[in-house]
Design a binder for this molecule. Structure first.
Ligand code: AMP
Ligand code: GLY
Length: 327
């Protein structure tokens, strides 16, 4: 069942069987079949995806047929490639988290990610340059609709087919004028979505995870999350999402945390007694506040306290929500 994350084709076929709202699609395994589909079945823009895991980098949104053909030629240059072609969905994205033991569902918060590397959502896709929680655009009504039309039929269908899923379901949703549609599933908390969810979680995660593993989720109360929003800014190594520069020195984490932020370390290691970068996304600097604007200010105060000369970050994490707060 964890193919939900590993194979886009598996998930799209499940959506078709269970009548789950998602972008129209076709699975293709040759450049010729893909070309025909492009000419006969899809308009523009069109979305081209490698079937397997690609760290957020295997998706092309093509605005011309030439761009689509170039993306297809690139993917099919790998022998045995499997590709999914999708209808383009228009709307705002939001991530919904649900825990399940295979039968019961426990909604577990929401978040919004910033996938592009540059300010103003420009440049190549990344694994995520920052996030905040909750995603207020996913109103309680839309969340209930997404659970009823997307998450519950997914969990029920997998169980009925003899491959129950238990664990974390991360539904990537597009909020379209026709309701929430599924873009993709992850079978885990996201990075950096996990950092903002954990910063808001007030209960005991271990107790909930144990109930998931032991099939007792139905007995649990709704989880307690702080009403305060949390926001995280990813500090990445220069070059990311291409080849990140390794070994850059990082200082002043303690000073950043003294002001109330939490600095989660992902791509770091010790070089003697020096902390250095060892990956693409290196730190996730996370803070809470009474408003998203205040959480954002606190996170960037902590970012500015950190000395990581070979690193960079986006300066506009949370911009949508900050604009909405301004009215
Ligand atoms: P995925 O790897 O499927 O999550 O796709 C990565 C990103 O591409 C998503 O977060 C969306 O921003 C975008 N995307 C994927 N599929 C579609 C689609 N059918 N329509 C519009 N945008 C999409
Ligand atoms: N931030 C998206 C992911 O972890 O896949």
């Amino acid at each position: 069942a964890a193919q939900l994350e590993g194979s886009k084709g598996f998930t799209k076929d499940l959506c078709a069987r269970a009548n789950i709202p998602t972008a129209g699609y076709l699975r293709v395994s040759s450049l010729q079949a893909a070309g025909t589909a492009l000419d006969t079945t899809f308009g523009l823009p069109v979305v081209i995806k490698a079937d397997g895991l690609a760290a957020g980098k295997g998706v092309t949104i093509a605005f011309t047929k030439d761009d689509a053909r170039a993306a297809l030629a690139d993917l099919f240059s790998v022998p045995g490639a499997e590709v999914v072609i999708e209808e383009f969905l228009d709307g705002e994205e939001a991530s919904l988290f649900v825990l399940t033991d295979g039968t019961a569902l426990l909604p577990f918060g929401s978040a919004q990610d910033h996938k592009r590397v540059g300010d103003g959502d420009t440049g190549p896709n990344t694994g995520g340059m920052g996030a905040y929680s909750p995603a207020r655009v996913l109103t309680p009504e839309l969340e209930a609709l997404a659970i009823d039309t997307i998450v519950r039929p997914t969990v029920d269908t997998l169980r009925e087919e003899g491959t129950p899923f238990s664990g974390v379901l991360y539904a990537g949703l597009m909020l379209t004028p026709h309701g929430p549609k599924l873009i993709e599933y992850n079978a885990r908390f996201g990075d950096p979505e996990c950092q903002v969810l954990m910063t808001r979680l007030e209960g005991d995660l271990l107790e909930v995870m144990l109930a998931v593993a032991q099939g007792r989720l139905a007995d649990l109360p709704a989880p307690a999350f702080s009403p305060e929003p949390a926001l995280t800014v990813v500090m990445a190594a220069a070059g990311y999402p291409g080849t990140p520069k390794a070994g850059g020195s990082i200082e002043n984490i303690a000073a950043a945390e003294a002001a109330g932020a939490t600095v989660f370390q992902a791509g770091t290691k010790m070089d003697g007694d020096r902390l250095v970068a060892a990956g693409g996304r290196v730190l996730a600097v996370t803070a809470r506040g009474a408003t998203v604007a205040q959480a954002q200010a606190a996170a960037y105060r902590a970012v500015d306290a950190i000395a990581f000369p070979d690193g960079f970050c986006r300066r506009d994490i949370g911009w949508r929500e900050v604009e909405r707060e301004r009215g």
